[in-house]
Design a protein around this ligand. Sequence first.
Ligand code: CA
Length: 138
Amino acid sequence: MGNQQLGKDQIRELQMDTKQKLSKKDIEKYHKFWFELIPNGQMTRETFPKFAQYAMPNAPSDAQLDYLFRAMDKDGNGTITFKEFLIFQSITAPSNTSLNPEELIDLAFAMYDEDGDGYVSKEGLSFFKFFLQRLTHF
Ligand SMILES: [Ca+2]
């Protein structure tokens, strides 16, 4: 997907990918936001602070950025694509459905269970709560 207008089919596909949780309007809005921010659409850890300043205006620490990046980089390949960004948005800020607690818990684990042992610290969870409140703003 390049930096151009979204086609009808693309939007439909993205709506499927995000389980119909985002409206066409949302997808277009996020698309504009994402490609203005990162013209080639591929967010790396180096360029990630550009995004994070919108998501978390209170100057997040490097560790917090690492958490967030890990949660958004669903396939763990070191790049966040527009689709991965959208999936993240659809979980944290769905427009058509309400928040799904199970998906949020999965996301919290993706962020905080660094060693994959199935446990998340209390600090991790309280930060996650704080972070969710921030995220729905844009
Ligand atoms: Ca990825």
